[in-house]
Design a protein around this ligand. Structure first.
Ligand code: NAD
Ligand code: MN
Length: 497
């Protein structure tokens, strides 16, 4: 936490130098075409800068350079202990520049400054450090061969990795990819979201300062349909890693099939069920967690607990507890350290969220909290945390990912019905179960088709546990050593003795 006040942050925002160019081979440069796009702060609608709008030409340059850098061995063949040292330094530099990065993140995407500092920056540095620390502790394998044979099973870096990331945790999602990609020796091209390019651009320079050689980590800001597509279709990108919507994730698989069959690893959307049984150990804790599960980060969280499934026998008592708990989550100026709900990322996203609130009304759900845009006079894009009761799982607000602070409450009668409703979704990212019955916790946990299951809490986990989705929430896993699978090819070497 910080002792800086809102006016300190506002002062710093005024004098902040914002780098807006692409980063190729260790240098900032304009897009080849000279094109730029506007970076507007959702905090107050202010223009933050004109960001390089990269396209095919920049992708060509960056991929060519990333390939040459990879082939040179300057990073890919660096001794693991040395690579580890450099990555740990990179993590330290992210921490040392934590206030600057947090401010950039908050101005660019609207999240509360306290969260940017304590969650985004900290977790991003930790992702780099954790991956770096692992490098000289991971061993390859020797196969169980006959006496006259030696079978080596080794991991090699894939080569050139393109990482396309979303805007909700811009720095953190980038570092979930960068950590294991760098650790395993690859060259990386980061394509940040056009809605939040600033922190990705900034850390490229920190990587150089840490000792990551030029050409290993490049950043190409720009739009998905221009530079994103160019990278996804590129014949010399070996692996494409992505976090974003299911719609674009599917498109990237098509691009891979249309080009070089690059490996494609996807972290996509969610519509996660948070299931509260009548025997939950602590209903107050469950109510507070249900509120934060939808209000934290303005609900712009892939694992947001957007469907609250409540056992009907306690529903009349429990829903008012959630309505009460969500009052603690009030939109405010993101630069105020006391604020816990910031602005939605941009006007498009705000209008999307408001249209889902309208859909909730139209489909007959009952609004019990929030429901409106607020603080319009600031020029920013703020929406109150919103709760609909009386939702059934077929309504649009229960089926589609809103990616905003809108909670749907759905009743159920028994365990089987809870499981059926929970799994009745195309997504499978996360789920939570509240019960004091140990067997039920495990049985329901096993029945849930989701990559992360939480028992008597919402949103637990750290770098030690894999993160990713079942079904249309994606494939592969970020975090933990399992993430290294995405960035390495396995090689079998069979030696006759
Ligand atoms: P998005 O899919 O619209 O965009 C993600 C990225 O893809 C952006 O950088 C965008 O520019 C790029 N892109 C768009 N079209 C492209 C194309 N045709 N070719 C190549 N790249 C293209 O998603 P978003 O709105 O930025 O983020 C919100 C989504 O991300 C939500 O669905 C959310 O659930 C998901 N998300 C998932 C996780 C996870 O780990 N599973 C984490 C955070 C966010
Ligand atoms: Mn922005």
């Amino acid at each position: 936490m910080t002792s800086l006040t809102r006016s300190d942050w506002e002062q710093r925002a005024k004098t902040l130098t914002i780098e807006t160019r692409a980063f190729i081979h260790g240098e900032y440069r304009a897009a080849e075409s000279g094109a730029t796009f506007e970076c507007i702060s959702p905090v107050d609608g202010r223009l933050l800068g004109l960001v390089a709008s990269c396209d095919q030409a920049d992708a060509e340059l960056a991929v060519k350079d990333a390939r040459a850098t990879f082939d040179s061995g300057v990073w890919s063949r660096m001794a693991p202990a040395q690579r580890k040292k450099v990555m740990i330094r990179f993590a330290e530099l992210i921490e040392e520049h934590g206030q600057e990065l947090a401010l950039l993140e908050t101005l660019d995407m609207g999240k509360p400054i306290s969260d940017s500092l304590s969650i985004d920056v900290n977790s991003a540095a930790n992702a780099i450090r954790w991956s770096g620390e692992a490098i000289d502790k991971v061993y390859d394998e020797v196969a169980a061969t006959p006496h006259d044979q030696l079978g080596l099973v080794t991991r090699e870096p894939v080569g050139v990795v393109a990482a396309i990331v979303p805007w909700n945790f811009p720095l953190l999602m980038s570092c979930w990819k960068l950590g294991p990609a760098l650790a395993t020796g690859n060259s990386i091209i980061l394509k940040p979201s056009e809605k939040s390019p600033l922190t990705g651009i900034r850390i490229a320079q920190l990587a150089i300062e840490a000792g990551i050689p030029a050409g290993v980590f490049n950043v190409l800001p720009g739009f998905g349909h221009t530079v994103g597509k160019a990278l996804a279709l590129h014949m010399d990108v070996d692996t494409l890693v992505f976090t974003g919507s299911t719609k674009i994730a599917k498109q990237l698989m098509v691009y891979a099939g249309e080009s070089n069959m690059k490996r494609v690893w996807l972290e996509a959307g969610g519509k996660s069920p948070n299931i509260v049984f009548a025997d939950a150990p602590d209903l107050q804790a469950a109510a507070e967690a249900a509120a934060s599960a939808i209000a934290f980060n303005q609900g712009e969280v892939c694992t947001a607990g957007s469907r609250l499934l409540v056992e009907n026998s306690i529903k009349d008592k429990f829903v008012p507890m959630v309505v009460e708990a969500i009052k603690a989550w009030r939109p405010g100026n993101p630069l105020d350290p006391a604020t816990n709900v910031g602005a939605l990322v941009d006007t498009t996203q705000m209008n999307n969220v408001l249209s889902y609130i309208q859909a909730g009304h139209d489909d007959g759900a009952k609004l019990v909290a929030g429901g409106k845009r607020v603080m319009e006079e600031t020029g920013g894009t703020y929406v109150e945390p919103t709760i609909f009761d009386g939702v059934n799982n077929a309504m649009r607000i229960a089926k589609e990912e809103i990616f905003g602070p809108v909670l749907s409450v759905i009743g159920f009668d028994d365990q089987d019905e809870a499981i059926a409703i929970a799994n009745d979704t195309v997504y499978g990212l996360a789920a939570a179960v509240w019960t004091s019955n140990l067997s039920r916790a495990h049985l329901v946990g096993k029945a849930l088709r989701a990559g992360s299951v939480w028992i008597n809490q919402y949103d637990g986990g750290d770098m030690t546990a894999p993160f990713g989705g079942f079904k249309q929430s994606g494939n592969g896993r970020d975090k933990s050593l399992h993430a290294f699978d995405k960035y390495t090819e396995l090689k079998s070497t069979w030696i006759k003795l």
